[in-house]
Design a protein around this ligand. Sequence first.
Ligand SMILES: Cc1cc2nc3c(=O)[nH]c(=O)nc-3n(C[C@H](O)[C@H](O)[C@H](O)COP(=O)(O)OP(=O)(O)OC[C@H]3O[C@@H](n4cnc5c(N)ncnc54)[C@H](O)[C@@H]3O)c2cc1C
Length: 463
Amino acid sequence: MHGLNALVRRTAETLRSAVAADVFVPGDRGYDQARQAWNLAADQRPSAVVFAESAADVVRAVRFARAHRVRIAPQATGHGAVPLEPLEGAILLKTSRMRRVDIYPATRSARAEAGAQWQDVTDPAGQHGLAALAGSSPDIGVTGYTLGGGISWLARRYGLAANSVTAVEIVVPDGRLVHADADHEPDLFWAVRGAGGSVGVVTALEMALYPVPELYAGALFFPIERSSQVLHAWREWTGTVPDELTSVGRILRLPPAPEVPEHLRGRSFALVEAAYAGSAPAAAGLLRPLRELGPELDTFATIPAPALGRLHMDPDQPVPGAGDGTFLADAPAGAIDALVALAGPGVDTPLLSVELRHLGGALARTAPGGGAQATIDAKYLMFAAGSAPTAPLGDAVRAHIQAVIDALTPWQAGYRYYNFADTPAEADAVLPPASHQRLREIKAKYDPDQMIISAHPVRPAGY
Ligand SMILES: Cc1cc2nc3c(=O)[nH]c(=O)nc-3n(C[C@H](O)[C@H](O)[C@H](O)COP(=O)(O)OP(=O)(O)OC[C@H]3O[C@@H](n4cnc5c(N)ncnc54)[C@H](O)[C@@H]3O)c2cc1C
């Protein structure tokens, strides 16, 4: 592939007229804003940014890239921008203006354009008493999240979001807009459900919704000094709960920032967050052992499904962050001790959050006709993150995260979670080996020249 740099000035106008969309190249007023990702720590410097407004724009952009032998990186929000390979010489194809969502209550399904954020789906779905398998934050992109798997507050009940996708519209690298489902283009359909966006540019996804109008959800906050007691109790408790309950055990250091509620601002906690898709009395019974520990704050209440987007208290504006995570085959008491030793009370750490998500349930059962992550052979998922407003602070956060990952080595599963691998990693590090092999064959068939840049690169078979 030739870089676009040499061609930039000469071809900028050609690109503009070819794609009929907003295009920014270096030197343009607006380029710096256009290249920005949700994660402000990502310093993306593509040779052009194209803002697609329709599937037709995507087709034109992909055909332009093919004709000019330029690589192309689709992006919705840039929540997952940090692990991307450098974009010099490439087109950054932003889908953020393609946010149309249609809800079909009769079939309990939705169609979301590639730039839709989860709140665009969960809010209108909630009006029909339906829930989507959404991410923990309302402004996460539906597409990137779902392509990489998608672990929601309903994950133990309904599995990965990717395995609830029923059809995909995708522009393949030869420039064709293709409809893929179980009966059409089954390889493409398989690959986009869990193996990321490496085989084409998705323009829309269709997905199942679930009849969950309300949940009993919230958090129990304990002083950070009680981390060991609380996380051990939570871990034991996770062995007793039904699939309708998905929970997180977490150590959280809240910054002294104005957007944090005053009573929590600047304080550090051990906490358990959970969502139960069932009745409040049943939930109260399930929570009793943890409530008996005497939390300082108990926010559990019956909430409408769209409000799940606030439960994890993720930043709701773009921020500079560094994070990383790993699947754990199991988390026995020793794993909790290791985690508390590196993130618990008295530890000098820049990590704002270190969490364990409880997996299992539907995630552990093979989804019938599922995609590249049809099942997850790991009982827990660790994720740690901190603020990275400068490069040195980012390095410090990453060093501390790596120390946590290293300490958990004895319990790590064979591969990491695609969506939480937020440092550069090839696809073999974030997929089951058999899925990675099949993905390489599909990549060779659809994108042998590696025109598509994806979060975790996959080399075509035979490459
Ligand atoms: C605050 C926060 C909370 C999170 N919570 C969760 C969570 O609860 N559960 C979970 O599973 N993950 C979670 N994640 C991880 C998140 O799912 C990934 O970062 C994901 O990549 C975000 O998707 P996006 O579309 O918003 O990001 P983007 O950076 O826009 O996209 C990420 C990647 O997806 C691919 N992609 C995007 N659009 C297309 C397209 N149209 N065609 C082809 N490929 C495409 C590309 O490879 C792109 O690099 C969280 C991340 C953050 C920052």
